[in-house]
Write a protein that binds this ligand. Sequence first.
Ligand code: ZN
Length: 391
Amino acid sequence: MKTLWTVPLVLGMFCMANVACTADTGEDTTGGASDGDENKEVSEDELRSSLYTGSALPAKTLAWTVDDGPNGSTVEIAKYLAEEGVPATFFVLGRQVTGTSTRDSWVAKGKPGVTAAMKTVLDTVVGLPVKGSNLHHLIASHTFTHGDPMVSLTTTARQGEMRDAMTLIEPWIEGRMHLVRTPYGSWSSNVFKDLSAVSGSSTYVGNIFWNAGGDFDCVLNGSTWTCPNGAADWACWKPGKGRPAVSPEVCAQGYLNEIEGRGGKRGVVLTHDVSANSLAMTKIVIPALKAKGYTFVRLDQVPQINADLKAVGATPAPALSTPTAPPATTPACREGGVYCGGMYSKIGGEKGTLYRCVNGKISIMYHCADTCKSQPSGTPDSCRSDGVSGP
Ligand SMILES: [Zn+2]
């Protein structure tokens, strides 16, 4: 199993009191590691830095992920995202695809395979063409049960959770991209060691963490919720005692606030497909992000994930290259005059440079201090201000 260690990591239970760790247990998941003497708290920052995220993506670039399915909303979410040109990764559960509740009950039933209904769901999700690209959604592993966090399980249980889920979803894995996200992001050196001993795990890449969507950071004032710094969809829909649920609109605003704020305007976004409210929220967040100029890549295009997938023999989509300015053309001219350069100029050349054309020969007049101002045909172009420097 390939993983990303930048610190000597031990305890890997990333769950704070108000952190979104699960969509479906509702349990207090704070603390709770049991790796014996290897247990030692590491700071949240240290833990984050040791997990795959999308922090290295260019600004305003996001990779969308959907956890805990397949569920009733999965196909609709997948269709919506495909239509919107958003290639997503669905981290699914073994218990969901087999229609069982836990790995133990699945074993007791004789390890049934993927149900016919779930085969159809998975076929549909990976078969949808993502508009404006040649990509499809990915299926990835979120383990079998989504029960206790990985760090709390025995070696045997950890390995079974991982191996059996991956084996079940193997037919829907594209390009040997065995991406892993443990429930709650639970991770430790022992978990890594145990999972690395699973047969076939040499192609696994994980643990895939996130940059936004993990923290339920909403504030209740009277009966009104606001989510100024972030939100987590699974928690938005779970009202507590005397506590109303957060609406899809307010939860969506929380996602936007986190992506634009501490998310650093880039990264991996964590959502879930357990509730139809997440579909409603997604339909609010995606257009809002697009309006702000965000674009979407698939998880395997995140630079570090891409590199490590290739390193284990998978065939990810081309890595995202940092956009570079198109090469400046060599300026050429026929009509005498003074012209601004640039890719839309009839003389070519560089943007922000003023050229003179005499007898078919071109030379630089000025590198404009600000911008070069084009004038109607017949009038010489000029730098917008007087602040210019010679060639
Ligand atoms: Zn989950």
